[in-house]
Design a protein around this ligand. Structure first.
Ligand code: NZQ
Ligand code: ZN
Length: 393
C-alpha cells in the first residue's frame, strides 16, 4: 500500500427530515446565503407534502438568514453560471454558497465559491487543471437530490464551456463542502433515466479506482466490490419502486463513498480514462454523463484487457459477479455482465443511439489526450481513444 494522508472534513447529515438542520448548520458560516439550484425539480412537491424549495427556505428563515438565489443551473453546468453566481456573491457579501440539487448544481456552486474570491478568470484554472492560483474560496454546502457524482463530499467541480466545446474537472480540497444534507427521500422523484445514469456513474467511479495495474489495495478493493454489489442490487429496485427508501438510501451513501477519495488512498495510480473520454462526449453533444459512461465502459474494458492486467478482471468477475471458469473466460464474461447490467437499466450501448456520429471523433480523441495519454491500466493515446470511440459507434 502506498503512503497517504487522509482528511475529509465534510460533515454529513444523513436521513429523513435532516433539512430541518439546514438553517442551524448554515448559520455557522454567516448571515448571507446564496442558494443555487437547477431548472425546476426543487419546486416539485415531495413526500413531505411541500417542495424542497419551501422546506429549505423555512429552515434558513427560522435561523434568521438572508437568502439570495441563483436558479436555472444546467445539467453539465456552464461557466456563465459560475460568473453570474460569483457576481451575486460579491454584490451581496455572501457568506455561504448553498447548492440544492445534483452534481451539476453542486459543481457550479464550487466554481462560484472559487470565482467569488479570485480576481482572475477561474476558467483558466479549469483549462489548465491547476487550482493553485485559487487561494481562498467561500464555504460551500449542499443538499443532495440525486445519487451519482459524489460531489457532495469531494473536492471536484466539472464545468462546461460550450463556446470552445470543453468540459473540464478541477479538483482542490478547498472545494469540499463544509456540510452536506443527504436525505434519500429527495431522490424518490428522480426519473428512470437519471436513476440509471446516476447508478452507472457510481459504478464507473469505482471502476476508475478498482481497475489499476497494481496487485495491492486488498482492503480498498473489497470495499469497492461492496459498493458495486450495492448498486447492482439496489438500482433495479429503485427503478421499479422509486420511493423505496432503503434502495434510495443505499444508492445515496454508495454515491458519496464511491468518490470521496477514500478508496483511492494507497492505490494510486488510478485510471480515469473513461471519464476523460466521456467528458469529450458531453462537451460536444451535451449528453448525460452516466449515459456516456455506460456506453463507453464495456468497450474500454475490452480494449485495455491484456495478459498483464487480466487478474483485475478475474477478481472483479469472481467477487462481484460470482463467475466461474478459466481465468480468460471469467475476465471476458465479467465485461459481458457489465454490459448486460447497464442494458437492463435502460442504458444504450452505442453512441449513435444518443445522436453521436463519426463527425467529431478524431477531434475529441485529440482533445482528450492533449495534456497527456489517458489511463493507468493501459496508456491511451489519441489513436487508442479514437479506436474505443469507433468500437462504441
Ligand atoms: O435541474 P433540475 O430541475 O434540478 O433537474 C435535474 C437535472 O435535469 C434532475 N434532478 C436532480 N435531482 C432531482 C432531479 N429530478 C427530479 N428529482 C430530483 N430529486 O436531474 C437532472 C440531472 O441533474 P445533474 O445534477 O446534472 O445530475 P448528476 O448529479 O448526475 O450530475 C452530473 C454532472 O456532474 C459531473 C458530470 O460530468 C455532470 O456535469 N460530475 C461531477 C463529478 C464531481 N464533482 O466529482 C464527478 C463525476 O464523474 C461527474 O463528472
Ligand atoms: Zn462520473
Amino acid at each position: 500500500m502506498e503512503n497517504f494522508n487522509y482528511y475529509i472534513p465534510t460533515k454529513i447529515l444523513f436521513g429523513k427530515r435532516k433539512i430541518e438542520s439546514l438553517g442551524k448548520e448554515a448559520a455557522k458560516y454567516g448571515k448571507n446565503i446564496l442558494m443555487v439550484y437547477g431548472k425546476g425539480s426543487i419546486f416539485k412537491e415531495n413526500c413531505y407534502g411541500t417542495s424542497l424549495y419551501e422546506q429549505a427556505k423555512k429552515s434558513l428563515e427560522e435561523a434568521n438568514l438572508t437568502i439570495f438565489e441563483l436558479p436555472n443551473i444546467d445539467p453539465n453546468p456552464r461557466i456563465e453560471s459560475v460568473y453570474a453566481g460569483a457576481k451575486l456573491c460579491r454584490e451581496h457579501s455572501i457568506d455561504l454558497v448553498l447548492a440544492i440539487g445534483g452534481g451539476s448544481t453542486i459543481d457550479c456552486a464550487k466554481g462560484i465559491a472559487g470565482q467569488a474570491k479570485y480576481e482572475g478568470d477561474i476558467w483558466k484554472c479549469y483549462e489548465t487543471k491547476d487550482p493553485s492560483p485559487i487561494q481562498e474560496v467561500l464555504p460551500i454546502a449542499s443538499v443532495l437530490t440525486l445519487s451519482a457524482t459524489g460531489s457532495e463530499m469531494n473536492g471536484s467541480s466539472v464545468i462546461s464551456n460550450l463556446s470552445c466545446n470543453k468540459k473540464i474537472g478541477l479538483t482542490t480540497s478547498k472545494f469540499r463542502p463544509v456540510f452536506s444534507i443527504l436525505d434519500p427521500s429527495y431522490t424518490f422523484t428522480v426519473n428512470r433515466k437519471q436513476t440509471a445514469s446516476g447508478s452507472v456513474d457510481i459504478m464507473s467511479h469505482i471502476f476508475e479506482q478498482y481497475f489499476t495495474p497494481d496487485h495491492g489495495g486488498y482492503l480498498q478493493n473489497r470495499m469497492m466490490e461492496g459498493v458495486l454489489k450495492t448498486v447492482i442490487h439496489y438500482a433495479p429496485i429503485a427503478l421499479e419502486e422509486p420511493d423505496n427508501y432503503e434502495a434510495r438510501a443505499n444508492l445515496m451513501w454508495a454515491s458519496t463513498w464511491a468518490l470521496n477519495d477514500m478508496f483511492e488512498k494507497g492505490k494510486i495510480p488510478t485510471d480515469w480514462a473513461t471519464h476523460q473520454m466521456e467528458h469529450e462526449l458531453s462537451a460536444f453533444y451535451d449528453i448525460t454523463h452516466g449515459v456516456g459512461l455506460g456506453i463507453l465502459t464495456p468497450y474500454w474494458m475490452q480494449y485495455v484487457l491484456s495478459n498483464e492486467n487480466q487478474h483485475r478482471f478475474v477478481e472483479y468477475g469472481k467477487e462481484v459477479w460470482n463467475l466461474t471458469g478459466t481465468e480468460e473466460e471469467i475476465a471476458k464474461k465479467s465485461i459481458e455482465k457489465t454490459r448486460e447490467f447497464f442494458t437492463s437499466l435502460g442504458i444504450p450501448a452505442h453512441l449513435k443511439e444518443v445522436g453521436i456520429g463519426e463527425e467529431n471523433l478524431e477531434v475529441m480523441a485529440k482533445q482528450a489526450t492533449q495534456r497527456r495519454p489517458l489511463g493507468a491500466m493501459k496508456k491511451l493515446y489519441a489513436e487508442d481513444v479514437l479506436a474505443i470511440f469507433k468500437m462504441a459507434l
